[in-house]
Ligand binder design. Structure first.
Ligand SMILES: [Zn+2]
Length: 216
């Protein structure tokens, strides 16, 4: 998980958000009024496109790239129906994180929200595993609820680091100079916000001897 900035409010939510919310609240408990259209307004293609853009086509929680992805309500609609199309309450997620998160809602004991806080204050990516920052109960809950050490994620994070090794070997072997700078930039691109499992790559780089000392 990395820190994310909420993108601009999509125009369709700006113009229709209040109306869609009202419509949803009025239809609640009325199966005739609660049509799929009313229920899933938040799946509007413009909203989805904006969500994909702000999270670089990655799940906001586990950073897996998603071909299409699902829309998560950070505060679940079952508890906060008035936030059905609230922009700050929406995020792009993978199916697995969405399933694990389910209807988790505990205002006094929230999960890490990458739009509101720095995830690395709560989560350490050490190799392929996610560990809570000592003392962070928010980190503990987030890893547990989202199952951030599920087998598929461990495998993908491991492969992510393995694929970086040849480039790291080249960088390490080169003397200071322009070539080393180019290699360094290529490695930094692998840790950029838009890179898959960027937090894992950053965690790995923080352990590489000489990496932090050799900044240009
Ligand atoms: Zn995910």
């Amino acid at each position: 998980m990395i820190r994310l900035q909420k993108g601009p409010l999509p125009e369709v939510l700006q113009s229709k958000g209040a109306e869609w919310t009202q419509e949803y609240l009025e239809a609640k408990g009325d199966p005739v009024k609660m049509t799929d259209t009313v229920k899933f307004r938040y799946r509007h293609p413009d909203v989805k496109a904006a969500l994909r853009q702000e999270s670089f086509n990655k799940c906001i929680y586990c950073e897996s790239s998603v071909a299409f992805g699902e829309t998560d309500h950070i505060n679940p609609v079952s508890c906060c129906p008035e936030q059905i199309v609230e922009w700050a309450n929406l995020g792009l997620v993978c199916k697995e994180c969405n399933t694990h998160k389910s209807d988790y809602y505990a205002p006094a004991e929230p999960l890490v929200n990458p739009f509101k806080e720095e995830p690395s204050d709560h989560l350490i990516l050490l190799g392929d595993i996610a560990i809570r920052v000592p003392g962070s109960t928010k980190g503990l809950r987030t890893i547990s609820q989202l199952n951030l050490n599920r087998t598929d994620l461990l495998q993908w994070r491991f492969l992510r680091i393995k694929r970086l090794e040849p480039l790291m070997d080249q960088w390490s072997a080169h003397a200071e100079g322009e070539t080393k700078k180019i290699l360094r930039q290529a490695i930094e691109d692998e840790a950029a916000d838009n890179a898959e499992y960027a937090a894992t790559v950053r965690g790995y780089l923080s352990q590489v001897p000489g990496w932090n000392q050799s900044r240009r």
